[in-house]
Design a protein around this ligand. Structure first.
Ligand SMILES: [Zn+2]
Length: 253
């Protein structure tokens, strides 16, 4: 059994066939956590999870690229976050790739801190989004202790940065990005399986050998596992077992 720790079946790309995609995933033995990026998609992720007895979970949060579309309403998110099918707060974090202005960076930091406060309040981990902002984000994490350690999702930093997250207690979330080029080979070889979570970030980041622009789905997490097993010279079964164990430990599923 796999757990796709970062899926977006709650996004419009799946509006016509979400039920079929979920059914296909569960039949293939792939559980998933659907991640919200705004209040509307967070709510949809929770409602989706509530329809299933097991296998489908959710995370609620405001993505840094959406902070100008919506005010972060702490109380509203808290109500949602208390629901039993919510296993994390996220995705939240810093994204300097999409907004480079200092005023925006300050606002992103403020809202990320609200996210940490929320995660600590309900004692759930965080799914962290970070792009071109690892130094600022790590500084925030070092100065604001959390009760439950989460994951640096869609990790795209250096080995040194990954090691800093791991030292703090976080897992490294890997997806199709690692199948596109050898850029992450060294990183994967040098971190332990115990520190890795698998994800797809579907509908985005369709892994090789599938077409890069195709719509990704949770079942494809096996290609990410395949690349890791190849690099670590271990069986795909071992990668599956270890990463599923990690996901259960982090998200309590
Ligand atoms: Zn995502």
């Amino acid at each position: 059994m796999y757990i796709d720790t970062h899926a977006h079946i709650n996004f419009n790309a799946f509006k016509d066939d979400a039920g079929e995609v979920i059914k296909r995933s569960l039949e293939a033995g792939v559980f998933m956590i659907n991640i919200g990026s705004q209040y509307s998609t967070s709510k949809r992720a929770v409602e989706m999870a509530e329809k299933y007895e097991s296998g489908i979970y959710s995370a609620v949060g405001l993505h840094p690229i959406h902070i100008n579309d919506e005010k972060f309403d702490y109380e509203k998110y808290l109500e949602l976050a208390k629901k039993p099918k919510v296993v994390a707060i996220g995705e939240m974090g810093l994204d300097y790739y999409h907004s480079k202005q200092d005023s925006d960076k300050g606002k992103q930091k403020e809202i990320f801190l609200e996210g940490i406060k929320l995660a600590n309040k309900i004692e759930k981990p965080m799914v962290i989004h970070c792009r071109e902002a690892y130094n600022d984000l790590l500084e925030i994490l070092k100065n604001n202790p959390v009760k439950k350690f989460g994951v640096a999702h869609s990790f795209c930093g250096s080995l040194k940065t990954a090691q800093q997250f791991i030292e703090l207690g976080y897992k490294i979330g890997l997806n199709g990005i690692i199948t596109y080029s050898p850029s992450y080979d060294k990183l994967i070889k040098n971190i332990a399986l115990e520190d890795i979570l698998l994800e797809t970030d579907c509908p985005y980041l369709n892994p090789k050998p599938l077409p890069r622009d195709g719509r990704n789905e949770p079942e494809n997490v096996k290609y990410v596992a395949g690349k890791i097993s190849h690099l670590k010279n271990t069986s795909i079964e071992e990668v599956k077992m270890a990463t599923t164990r990690n996901a259960k430990e982090v998200f309590g599923v």
